[in-house]
Design a binder for this molecule. Structure first.
Ligand SMILES: [Zn+2]
Length: 276
């Protein structure tokens, strides 16, 4: 098996040297293709202008940290009409331009972060021979593109707390897929209304009993039917039943006989609590 295959390098790359250090492996790699395409005009060029070296973190090998020393060639663009005179060769299957970590290593860190969290991910990564920090893990997750949620017909909207009692945001849920589709940085009426305007297929808005989201739905999704969500329906029902049960208890207490009073003291009945 050749070394590029062992390290799973993209086609056209070769390993020129491997050093074993106390902390891991240092692998020197370079491209073998005689030409490279200008990123601006896409013209191939074989005119090498100079070289430089990039130091990249790569996926660990058998628990050892791997550092790639990537030799990058700079080519001269021979297209007279191109604005780019000199360009560095690109490695789209290995590393993004200007990145210091290979694509596959970024994917590893992202996967760890999605499976754990910032602090827990950093601890797990260290055990796996991956050098990273909780900030890097969180940054990778935040850099992920938003998933496509398609058309929203049934929308659930409610507030959530960044910090309880101080700062709130708005949570938007697709009630058919039961998935969170967006978070807004505040709970203002105009923010929610603007979001709904961008989703004209909304047919139902399930919301709380407050006026902000009702007004937002009036403005942003006037075509939609508004309803209270399950929590607030139960809350409405509880609040309606409380005075009814209290009145029934009062009537029972008024109608009770002295013998009943001995069996069920009034003080005991009055302490019956009505949980929501
Ligand atoms: Zn060019």
């Amino acid at each position: 098996m050749s070394l590029p295959s062992l390290f799973d390098l993209p086609k056209g790359m070769q390993v020129s040297q491997i050093q074993i250090t106390e902390t891991g492996l240092v692998v020197e790699v370079m491209a073998t293709s005689p030409t490279s395409c200008c990123p601006l005009c896409l013209e191939p060029s074989s005119s090498i202008h100079c070289h430089y070296q990039r130091t990249l973190r790569d996926a660990p090998c058998a628990g050892r940290r791997v550092q790639l020393l990537l030799t990058v060639r700079k080519f001269t663009c021979r297209n007279l009409y191109c604005e780019r005179k000199v360009f560095a060769e690109r490695f789209p299957d290995l590393v993004e331009p200007w990145a210091r970590t290979t694509i596959r290593h970024c994917q590893q860190i992202t996967s760890i972060g999605l499976s754990t969290c910032g602090k827990g991910g950093a601890r797990l990564a260290a055990r796996l021979g991956i050098q990273t920090s909780r900030q890097t893990i969180l940054r990778r997750i935040m850099a992920l593109p938003d998933p496509m949620h398609g058309t929203v017909f049934h929308l659930g909207i409610d507030e959530f707390a960044f910090r309880r009692g101080y700062r709130f945001g708005t949570l938007l849920v697709n009630l058919e897929s039961h998935s969170v589709i967006d978070l807004l940085p505040d709970r203002r009426q105009d923010s929610a209304a603007n979001w709904m305007r961008q989703h004209p297929d909304i047919q139902v808005v399930s919301r709380d009993r407050g006026g902000e989201f009702a007004a937002a739905a009036d403005l942003g999704a006037p075509q939609a039917t508004q309803c209270a969500d399950r929590f607030h329906v139960c809350k409405n029902l509880t609040e309606a039943l409380q005075p009814l049960i209290a009145r029934c208890l009062a009537e029972m207490l008024a109608d009770k006989t002295p013998q009943d009073d001995e069996k069920t003291p009034a003080s005991q009945l009055s302490t019956i609590s009505l949980a929501e």
